[in-house]
Design a protein around this ligand. Structure first.
Ligand code: 13P
Length: 253
């Protein structure tokens, strides 16, 4: 059985004081690390304070990294720097990075390699736009994104990754994918990984669903066969809601 993983992606929300308030409330209320992995994915300047207060059962992640290890890249953040702050996860290829900042599949791939080089766990985001779903291109888009992201990764490296399936039309819209739609897409990602590697490898890679997850729908989503967790935006900003959703994952154990 794959261990559930619940992560809150704060995006560009929370000041330092707000982040400290959250972490003090949440870090001691997380489920046992043996049963559920939980993480807060925060803006880079918050990472140090959050790691210091992460407690025993919560881990901290970054929202992006640059694929070079160092150099004249003003404004970018290296995997080595993130690692030196004891960050555990890094979200790569989030739809906002792909669509607002025009990040390409090739850059996503280089970033996944960079994360693994620095012993960070990449959360690799994939997902289709509304027009792609409506023109029956979901599987084609997922195939392209997943195969590009995992290009050149060995089995051993692939096993260190997490995938987040986030349909773009469900992000921040309140329009959650039905559990059937989400489960089917996550199952498809699993098949892509099984074809590329093996069923044994695919069976060990966890796949999160993301897109308008909230306490009211998390149980139904987590009950799905191919959904191993959630990557939560808006609803993760509220400590009480985040605690509820992290604890909901215990029902999957
Ligand atoms: P929402 O939960 O706000 O829809 O955001 C999802 C997301 O993008 C998480 O990475």
């Amino acid at each position: 059985m794959r261990k559930p993983i619940i992560a809150g992606n704060w995006k560009m929300f929370k000041t330092r004081d707000e982040a400290l308030y959250f972490i003090l409330k949440v870090s001691t209320a997380m489920p046992d690390l043996e049963k559920v992995d939980t993480a807060v994915i925060a803006s880079a300047p918050l990472l140090r304070d959050l790691v210091k207060r992460q407690g025993d059962n919560l881990r901290i992640g970054a929202q992006n990294l640059y694929f070079e290890d160092e150099g004249a890249f003003t404004g970018e953040i290296s995997g080595a720097l993130l690692k030196s702050y004891n960050v555990t996860y890094v979200v790569i290829g989030h739809s906002e990075r792909r669509h607002i900042f025009h990040e390409t599949d090739q850059e996503v791939n280089k970033k996944v390699h960079a994360a693994l080089r620095h012993d960070l766990t990449p959360i690799v985001c994939v997902g289709e736009l509304l027009e792609e779903r409506e023109s029956s291109k979901t599987e084609e888009v997922l195939r392209t994104q997943v195969l590009a992201a995992y290009e050149g990764l060995s089995e051993e490296q692939a096993l260190k990754t997490v995938v987040a399936y986030e349909p773009v039309w469900a992000i921040g819209t309140g329009r959650t994918a039905t559990s059937e739609v989400a489960n089917e897409a996550c199952g498809f990602v699993l098949r892509l990984l099984a074809d590329k590697y093996s069923q044994r490898v695919a069976d060990q890679i966890r796949i999160q669903y993301g897109g308008s997850v909230k306490p009211e729908n998390v149980d139904e989503l987590l009950a799905c066969e191919h959904i191993d967790g959630a990557l939560i935006g808006g609803a993760s900003l509220d400590p009480d809601k985040f605690i509820k959703m992290a604890k909901a994952a215990l029902k999957r154990v």
